[in-house]
Design a protein around this ligand. Sequence first.
Ligand code: MSP
Length: 532
Amino acid sequence: MKSCDTRTEPFVLTTPLYYVNDLPHIGSAYTTIAADALARFMRLQGKSVLLITGTDEHGQKIQRTAESHERSPQEYCDEIAAGFVALWQQLNIQYDRFIRTTAPKHEAIVQEFFQRVWEKGDIYLSQQKGWYCVSCEEFKEERELLEGHRCAIHTNKQAEWRDEQNYFFRLSRYQSQIEALCQRPDFIQPESRRNEVINFVTQGLQDFSISRVNLNWGFPVPVDQSHTLYVWFDALLGYVTALLESDSEPTLENALAKWWPIDLHLIGKDILRFHAVYWPAMLMSAGLPLPGRVFGHGFLTKDGQKMGKSLGNTLDPVALVNRHGADYVRYYFLKEIEFGKDGDFNETRFKNIINADLANDLGNLLNRTLNMARKYFENKVPSCKSDNIPSEHPLKAIGLNLGEQVRQNYEALAFSQVCELILVLVRASNKFIDQQAPWKLYKQGQNAAVEQVLYAVLESVRLAAYLLAPIIPHGANKIYKQLGFVADFNNKTQISMVAPFITHSTWGMLNDKQELGEPQPVFQRLELLETV
Ligand code: MSP
């Protein structure tokens, strides 16, 4: 289990392991972007981060989809999993582990875990009767279904009636422990989701089936080969298998040795029960420490409407990133949508936000200031000591508290607030430069005043770029380069040494006389008439 060396404090976070019934959709991209931004922020602070993602490849849904494409399930999974890897690369996602649940080492972990729970007496055989939604891979209560037994999430799919023998997990045994866990304010976030889960738990937990018959795409139940393990039982354990070092034997002991327990599971709100109720109960049964936090984000819509293939309004993340690049896509989703609430994608809004925040407010600010520094101070950071700037200075006053405020908001996953806070400094800098009119001061021969104005603005742009780097790493790199730094925010092993948080998150670290780079536009404006 984790050691407590604060210098390299570990931080482990996960995205869901995505189903491979289809190519990645914008919902999967959304969770992964958020996870990556947080992971990058933690790395800036010098923590040892492990970001886990991957694919969930078993179960009826995948088996049927592969059959409908006349492919073997494994072949089909291989193809779709490669699509996820490619999209994460395009979106500049720096994951540390990519686990596929069809990996042979995963079967060994699942078997060992099953055995522990079996020996604890928490698995038994019984009759399962109920409505099963194959798309959710979940039994539904009759009252949860729409007319005609259609699933409320997959409204064009009918749940199927099942009456079969299954192995069950004794969830009911963990009622009081799960209740206590859900009462902890930090375990399930945001609060609205916690309340949903508490509601569900207080109605009384029912044992749930963890095996299927008439399905062969999955691992056999270790104690009864005529059953296949339920896809969710196997999938959640993917988080454990992902912790194995590539050369170690696939045993629970090895998997849990270094990184366990996981600090944060980032998921969408539809799979909260699995992560906040079933998963901790499974871990309790196996006698393992629990994850620190489960955060359920909201759902995305497009132009205010639920997205779906049948509705013909899906938003293809690959097309979006091909067209606009990773930074813009990352920025839009993290800035525009309050993380935890539902949010919308709208193309005009997308372009307006990028143009206003990045191209105009931040990009132009850098460009005009650099051009003045080039003209007035031989392309060097003006000579000015930040210690000589009073703390009431309008930019320094904002900048001095910004690093800490932003840190707190990243850690609370309040990405939108992170961006807003940084924009306050950027907008104040634009206003400041307009009011101070350094070009007039220069003409009046007030050199010391010009130096101070330009220093304060350049330093504010630097700080903004540094704090935005986890969200827009390419843009931050370009800004840092033009300010004369050699840091690479995409170098995950070096960045906390080259640009440590402790110094770079502080307003006033820019060295005077530092040679500046060539001023070049960092953020291209988007034309409003183009369509995605
Ligand atoms: N395979 C399971 C997870 C197993 S984790 C051990 C699964 N996969 S999924 O591919 O269907 O969903 C992955 C994630 O995408 C979920 O967190 C889900 O909430 C999210 N989203 C699916 N549609 C979404 C939107 N329209 N908007 C935002 N996120 C959405 O569930």
